[in-house]
Design a binder for this molecule. Structure first.
Ligand SMILES: Cc1cc2nc3c(=O)[nH]c(=O)nc-3n(C[C@H](O)[C@H](O)[C@H](O)COP(=O)(O)OP(=O)(O)OC[C@H]3O[C@@H](n4cnc5c(N)ncnc54)[C@H](O)[C@@H]3O)c2cc1C
Length: 491
């Protein structure tokens, strides 16, 4: 065995796992499918990395029902989607760890109290902090609250240092652009860089894992095989390839080893895909919008408890133009951008077993994503009502409002395809992140989230991964050295 642990994928979950296991003195191999992104502002070049467009992404075609081909907007690079994220680091609420059957939401197998110490650790590692709510957003929030007291603005912790306010060239990096000055607390900068020298961590980029390899007993995974023919072995394998990819690796494994018929959770693999029901909204004002960070608060309404509106980062013409429901030449798009506040409205989509991702049984066929929001009528009706209410109230405040439903190709918040739970018939991993029925396979990315809640998921993914990797007992031929970063849990 070469390594104590192999981590497949380096996004929020994979990097947090690599950080924790390296700190424990273990020999960790982190395999990342994509490259390291440049740190020279090259990622701000809309020609090379057009934000929001399918070309940011390696264009791997998927099939959807009805023979449709789609290109999910995945981000294959070191740090995963966190290199592009807005660094809004919000905890799920305690009640969002319980079941909500009227909204098709199962419960977590752990409570908020179990997760709390790891939320604290993640916030500390990422330097999460609140900034004062900026003037344009405060004006919107005040106007909404005056019209309807059920609206509230909740301050949003951001993974950004105070010095960002002195770097006017950085804000584009806080949403949908990889940050040029490494100020945004992404997974590469905050978790991999600090442990990459002098630890047992080996990071290999441009390495796509294609298969998990069985040991003599298939309930124990021996290692992984990669697209270039190389292979690696380890005592433990942690899946962190993201919610569209981790389940496919596991599906292929259970098919190849015959475990598909024996493993109690095999039918649940890839099911219960969720990504929020989302609408992009532009509130355009006659007044020029000058807020710098933009994402300083999120908007909530008491009548729509599964929904939130999160401001989008700075809207320049280049990312804005493809998002508009009509064509605008670049100069006009830039002008609209200066007067617009972008909002991302999201409603928790519950779990439905037919909303799923899976590998086509024939090797030369594209993978399949089958997601139909109509299977979740409670979420659909809440999202429509929340969108209508916010649009109406903003119009009343004098904004022109444009909306666009975010399509299934937008996998920004993809989660839930290997959910944690107590029952192997409806979940894939247990409360410790271990795949039901496998000895040494764990899931540490967004796939493991049984609920997506009403806010962005990255902080919860980091926290889940830190929890799993602080508890797992890696069977190793060397004793794990060093302190175990394992905070005291609430229950
Ligand atoms: C534009 C944008 C803005 C966002 N803003 C926010 C925000 O403000 N707040 C928030 O909480 N969340 C935000 N998110 C979402 C957040 O970034 C994701 O939820 C989070 O990064 C998901 O983490 P993950 O570990 O599950 O997967 P990912 O981050 O997707 O990481 C998966 C990694 O695995 C790699 N991989 C895939 N397949 C393989 C394979 N076969 N072999 C090896 N490696 C593989 C991928 O290349 C990738 O690096 C945003 C996302 C985007 C795209």
């Amino acid at each position: 065995v070469n390594f104590d642990a192999i981590v497949v994928g380096s996004g929020a979950g994979g990097s947090a796992a690599a950080w924790q296991l390296s700190r424990r003195g273990l020999r960790v191999l982190l395999l990342e499918r994509g490259p390291r992104l440049p740190r020279d502002a090259g990622s701000h070049d809309a020609g090379r990395f057009p934000a929001g467009a399918a070309a940011t992404v390696e264009g791997e075609p998927w099939s959807a029902p009805g023979g449709r081909t789609l290109l999910p907007r995945e981000r294959f690079n070191l740090g995963g989607k966190t290199k592009w994220y807005g660094a809004g680091l919000v905890r799920f609420a305690p009640h969002e760890f319980a079941a909500d059957l009227a909204h098709d939401c199962p419960c977590w197998p752990i409570s908020y109290a179990d997760m709390e110490p790891y939320y604290e650790l993640a916030e500390h590692l990422l330097g999460a902090r609140e900034f004062p709510v900026e003037p344009d957003l405060a004006r919107i929030a005040r106007g909404l609250e005056a019209r309807d007291p059920a609206w509230t603005a909740q301050p949003m912790p951001l993974g950004l240092p105070g010095e960002i306010l002195d770097r006017p060239d950085e804000p584009g990096g806080t949403d949908a652009f990889a940050a040029p000055h490494a100020l945004t607390a992404d997974a590469e900068v905050r978790l991999l860089d600090p442990v990459s020298s002098g630890s047992g961590l080996t990071v290999v980029t441009d390495k796509r894992v294609t298969d998990l390899v069985s040991g003599p007993d298939p309930t124990r995974i021996a290692g992984v095989r990669c697209a270039d023919g190389t292979g690696y072995s380890a005592n433990t394998v942690l899946l962190a390839a993201g919610a569209l990819h981790s389940p496919r690796l596991l599906q292929r494994y259970v098919r190849a080893t015959g475990l598909a018929l024996r493993l109690p959770c095999s039918d649940a693999i890839g099911r219960a895909y969720k990504a929020h029901l989302s609408t992009a909204m532009l509130a355009v004002s006659w007044r020029r919008q000058t807020d710098f960070l933009r994402k300083t608060a999120l908007l909530l309404h008491a009548d729509h408890p599964h929904s939130s509106a999160v401001p989008l980062g700075w809207l320049d013409g280049a990312p804005l133009a493809p998002e508009l429901p009509f064509f605008l030449p670049p100069a006009l798009a830039r002008l609209v951008g200066r007067h617009a506040y972008g909002l991302y409205l999201q409603t928790e989509d519950g779990s439905h077993r037919d909303n799923r991702v899976y590998d086509a049984p024939l090797a030369d066929r594209p993978p399949i994503v089958d997601y139909d929001a109509a299977r979740l009528p409670a979420a659909v009706s809440e999202h429509a009502a929340f969108t209508r209410r916010l649009a109406d109230d903003l119009r009343h405040l004098g904004y022109a409002v444009l909306t666009r439903r975010v399509p299934v190709e937008d996998t920004t918040h993809a989660c839930g395809t290997l959910p944690a739970g107590a029952n192997p018939a409806t979940s894939v991993v247990d409360a410790d992140g271990r795949v039901h029925g496998l000895e040494n396979a764990y899931v540490v990315d967004g796939s493991a989230l049984p609920r997506l809640a009403r806010v962005d998921p990255a902080l919860t993914i980091y926290a889940w991964s830190l929890r799993v990797t602080s508890r797992l007992d890696i069977r190793t031929d060397r004793r794990a050295r060093g302190a175990l970063d394992r905070p005291h849990e609430g229950s």
